[in-house]
Design a protein around this ligand. Sequence first.
Ligand code: NAD
Length: 419
Amino acid sequence: MEPILSGAFNQFNEAADQLKLADEMRAYLTSFKTVFQTQFPVEMDDGSLKMFDGIRILHNTARGPSKGGIRYSARVSLDEVKALAMLMTWKCAVVDIPFGGAKGGVTVDPASMSPNELQNLTRRFTSEIIPIIGPDKDIPAPDMGTNPQTMAWMMDTYSMTQGYTIPGVVTGKPLALGGSEGRFEATGRGILNVIEEHLRAEGGIAGRRVAVQGFGNVGGIAARLIHQAGAKVTHISDKDTALYHRDGIDAAAAYAFVAGGGTLAAWREQFGRDVEVVDGPAVLAADVDILVPAALESVLTEENAAAVRAPLIVEGANGPTTTEADAIFRERGIVVIPDILANAGGVTVSYFEWVQARQFQRWTEERVNQELGRIMARAYQAVSARCPIGSPGCTLRQAANWVAIERVVEAVSLRGIYP
Ligand code: NAD
């Protein structure tokens, strides 16, 4: 078993022990409703045929149709997709949206394919998984290596086989095809929402010092919104450059530049000469109030956990903290707002996109942001009620797992077992 899947099982089993779940329920929740694997041909631009491996896995659908991304990556494996499908079940449950968890992937390096080959691959893979997906069954979304264009092709392929347009079969579509206002920013905005909720009783976010690792969809937007909320974003970084300014960086200006196709290094060169270039690892060890790792998994480890100075870590990326680092943070009294809660803003607005598609409605960005804020605040409150700040006996990660697993267990128990 790959470490990513054994890690997901270990986290589940720890929570199951604490919740005293019966063995039958544990067996049920560590099983997968559907494991679909396919090998399919794609016509390449030179006329040759190439075979690809595709996977779609539905973990649990007790609370509703399953939801989860499709990734295109050379590293896609069955265990990775299983672990991520399970994570989606807990993520949807913790924010209490009526979805179960799924994930899919194709083993391919998308950078090695032309746009035409990617379209051929997407359409053939979609047609292979048609028996499983559907707006009432399983709703894919973009993930690593896929994007709104991929979702447009998937939606079109599915719709063509049914004979009419079915926008609710995927989320993360382009705006012109029923994508939701606010979806692009949703994960970063959700991060701001949970930080605000966490600090509500302690004077809010204004004036806090914040370091953000990663400056893409999650980190760049989170940094921009945190800056606009009045905090001092002292450190930002992308894969090549880490920047520091003691009085805070104008993360909104930096993000506008990067979103226009620039790099952080080029932004500093042109507009931010008073900003210092520092080492990448310095961002994780920054002397700040809040650290937001929003780039990669497993960046906070046994080796660097002792150097972290922020008393609060908000996990923007999926799985940025290893189990060993998590134990060190707990011992040191560093609070971690876990990924399944902190970065659930994206799937929440995906749910809004699905609702809009089912009802042929268009919500305004203001309405999307308001509803997102309400759901993130409610989810934070449900989790923190199970582990109030300063409780020695628990962590917010454990509490988030308890809340999520209990909700799924309740749904499974109420439905009973058919027949
Ligand atoms: P992205 O590709 O848009 O951005 C990734 C950023 O991280 C880039 O700025 C890149 O330069 C930077 N980066 C890469 N390696 C780095 C390093 N060693 N040090 C510093 N920066 C580095 O990806 P994203 O969509 O922002 O996703 C980031 C993480 O958040 C991933 O773990 C992803 O699974 C997770 N996530 C994303 C969403 C979403 O809606 N996009 C939702 C939930 C979770």
